[in-house]
Design a protein around this ligand. Structure first.
Ligand code: S3P
Length: 165
């Protein structure tokens, strides 16, 4: 196995869990939002505001493909929207990686995404938006996942252990 990829909705804990799993496995953590910001020199919020969502999705896809192509086995925390593009889903299905979906109920996500500077899509009516995203994306996460870890009612430590198993 090479890479371990975490996918899931905003607020499911990909970055936090990813950091802890990376420490345990002694692998680098590649966080796709951070990589987008490093590559462009702009924040996720600025890219959405200046160039729009599709421009962001294009950079996000490039960053994901490059992360998956990395020679060094890594933990990749993939931003919530990577599953929207079919080409990304195909890359996730076919690459040399294990893809773990951190699955969370939209109500739980709502409580966790309050301080989301890099989440402009949740600026207005986050409850409705998360519910709509969940309906749209649930089958897409399922399509790419090798394993599903439910994060509802679980501590971070429990989730990390489940991902490692
Ligand atoms: C998004 C998720 C965010 C960020 C952007 C869009 C999405 O990343 O890329 O706000 O569409 O789900 P996280 O999943 O890391 O919060």
């Amino acid at each position: 196995m090479t890479h371990l990829v975490l996918v899931g909705m905003m607020g499911s804990g990909k970055s936090t869990v990813g950091r802890l799993v990376a420490e345990r496995l002694q692998r680098p953590l590649l966080d796709s939002d951070v990589l987008v910001e490093e590559r462009t020199g702009r924040s996720v919020r600025e890219i959405f505001a200046d160039d729009g969502e599709e421009a962001f999705r294009t950079i996000e896809s490039q960053v994901l493909i490059d992360a998956l192509a990395s020679d060094e086995p890594s933990v990749i925390a993939a931003a919530g929207g990577v599953v929207l593009h079919e080409s990304n889903r195909e890359a996730l299905r076919t690459c040399d990686a294990r893809v773990v979906w951190l699955m969370a109920d939209p109500d739980i996500l709502l409580a966790r995404v309050r301080n989301g500077m890099h989440r402009p899509l949740l600026d207005d009516d986050p409850a409705t938006t998360l519910q709509r995203m969940w309906t749209e994306r649930e089958p897409l996460y399922r399509e790419v996942a090798d394993a599903i870890v439910s994060v509802d009612q679980r501590t971070i430590t429990d989730v990390v252990e489940a991902v490692l198993r």
